[in-house]
Design a protein around this ligand. Structure first.
Ligand code: 6PG
Length: 475
């Protein structure tokens, strides 16, 4: 048996499925997992799917692979990545390529890249999206690192990625932490998308009284139009699921506290650092925090009053909610892409936004029909400042904005929280506003703190002597 062409370090389910995917494409794979029994089980169960070499130690793993060795780490983000690198390091040789396929924080990836390169090694921080199924059948892969390191692993990564219209959902993203940054914003958009879906469900459920099974049908229908996407598709499946034990819709017996592993929060934190208004992602993160305050919510539900109910017939609002969801989704993606553009500038990554839309069309969690339109928008205008301004989306927003307002107003009237819908609409209205009330904010800042302001009619910074004679001075 010849040497393996690729190594996988970490055989939890994502590592297992990626290893199987790689082997199924004809690349011999060496495997290592800290708990050796898992490696043995893996080989027993899947050994026939391809050419696998189980390794009992990091040294054996390295020895089993042809130099220069691509080794994919599929371990938990954070310290376990540094630990795994530390275990491999004594055995690696110049030119070897360690690929971190987890959801690592991009600053960690930048640091690891520096440390590895100082040792003559190469490092690729690769975002991998698609969950268990994507890992096996074809994920979306977002690799960041040097171009020459990527060129060496490109044939394998492109082969195992999802393919859409013959194009692999994998492309070089940019240097050092760029791949993990892009994956982080992908997840931020995923949070916003999921929140918008949850708000649509909540509103329809409580405003119309439609049952979960009926709502599953609504989402199934939506999935045949502009909203067609993986998340809408699985929403209909989750809503249709009946709990075997209780006979109730499963969604009604799942505890209503949303968990999170941190990528959405990181995405919001980075947006704050960059000064980009990604309100949809942040609202989605905050909504998860609020959901987790279950005990307080239960207590508050008995104390704090809301409006008097009121039902709507499904015929009057289902289409409006669909339009509000579509318009809000455009805003969420526009904000995410604006954040990517800002980060690219700040870090000097030269991200190609059209390429990102292209590789998100398949494999990943936010895969959706309208990513084709985002790709087209950047192809038509590579300098496009904001997706809201692309003609296709201008048309969509124009068509949906009235329904969007009605839905936001209805939510307020019924006391159903729709932070993502409402903040997306506020962003839309704020963005299309020629003159904003920030003039008053500047006036107030100048009043209490002498922070100065600029004027619309002449250049320079000015201050009004509010406490003295009220005259204006140029700063
Ligand atoms: C993906 C997913 C994946 C993971 C999320 C879940 O792209 O395949 O985004 O990375 O499922 O990290 O995130 P939360 O646990 O934070 O919701």
């Amino acid at each position: 048996m010849g040497k393996a062409k690729f190594g996988v370090f970490g055989l939890a389910v994502m590592g297992q499925n990626l290893a199987r995917n790689i082997a199924r494409h004809g690349f011999p794979v060496a495997l290592y997992n800290r708990t050796g029994s898992r490696t043995e089980h893996f080989v027993q169960e899947f050994g026939k799917e391809g050419d696998f070499t189980p390794a009992g130690s990091p040294a054996d793993l390295v020895a089993a692979i042809e130099h220069p060795r691509p080794i994919l780490l599929m371990v938990k983000a954070g310290a376990p990545v540094d630990d795994a690198i530390g275990e491999l390091l004594p055995h690696l040789e110049a030119g070897d390529i360690v690929i971190d396929g987890g959801n690592s924080f991009f600053r960690d990836t930048q640091r690891r890249t520096r440390e590895m390169e100082a040792k003559g090694l190469r490092f690729i921080g690769a975002g991998v999206s698609g969950g268990e199924e994507g890992a096996l059948e074809g994920p979306s892969i977002m690799p960041g690192g040097t171009r020459e390191a990527y060129a060496e692993v490109e044939p394998i990564l492109s082969a195992i990625a999802a393919q859409v219209d013959g194009t692999p959902c994998c492309a070089y993203i940019g240097p050092d932490g760029a791949g993990h940054y892009v994956k982080m914003v992908h997840n931020g958009i995923e949070y916003a998308d999921i929140q918008l879906i949850a708000e649509s469900y909540d509103l329809l459920r409580h405003a119309t009284g439609l049952e979960s099974g009926e709502l599953a049908d609504v989402f199934r229908t939506w999935n045949e139009g502009d909203l067609e996407s993986y998340l809408i598709e699985i929403t209909s499946q989750v809503l249709a699921k009946v709990d075997a034990g209780s006979g109730r819709p499963l969604v009604d017996v799942i505890l209503d506290e949303a968990a999170q592993k941190g990528t959405g929060k990181w995405s919001s934190q980075s947006a704050l650092d960059l000064g980009v208004p990604t309100t949809s992602i942040s609202e989605a993160v905050f909504a998860r925090f609020l959901s987790a305050e279950k005990e307080q919510r239960v207590a508050a539900s008995r104390v704090l009053p809301g409006p008097n109910g009121g039902r709507r017939s499904p015929e009057t609002i289902v289409d409006a909610v669909r339009d509000a969801l579509y318009a809000s989704k455009i805003v969420a993606y526009a904000q995410g892409f604006e954040q990517l553009a800002a980060a690219s500038q700040e870090e000097g990554w030269e991200l190609d936004l059209g390429t990102l839309a292209t590789i998100w069309r398949g494999g990943c969690i936010i895969r959706a029909r309208f990513l084709n339109r985002i790709r087209d928008a950047y192809a038509e205008d590579p300098e496009l400042q904001n997706l809201l301004l692309a003609p296709y989306f201008v048309e969509g927003l124009s068509r949906c904005q009235q329904a969007w307002r009605e839905v936001a107003a209805l939510a307020v009237e019924l006391g159903i929280p729709t932070p993502a819908f409402s903040s997306a609409l506020a962003y839309y209205d704020g963005y299309r506003r020629e003159r904003s009330p920030a003039a008053l904010i500047q006036g107030l800042r100048d009043f209490f703190g002498a922070h100065g302001y600029r004027r619309i009619d002449r250049p320079g910074d000015f201050h009004t002597r509010w406490a003295q004679d009220g005259s204006e001075v140029q700063l």
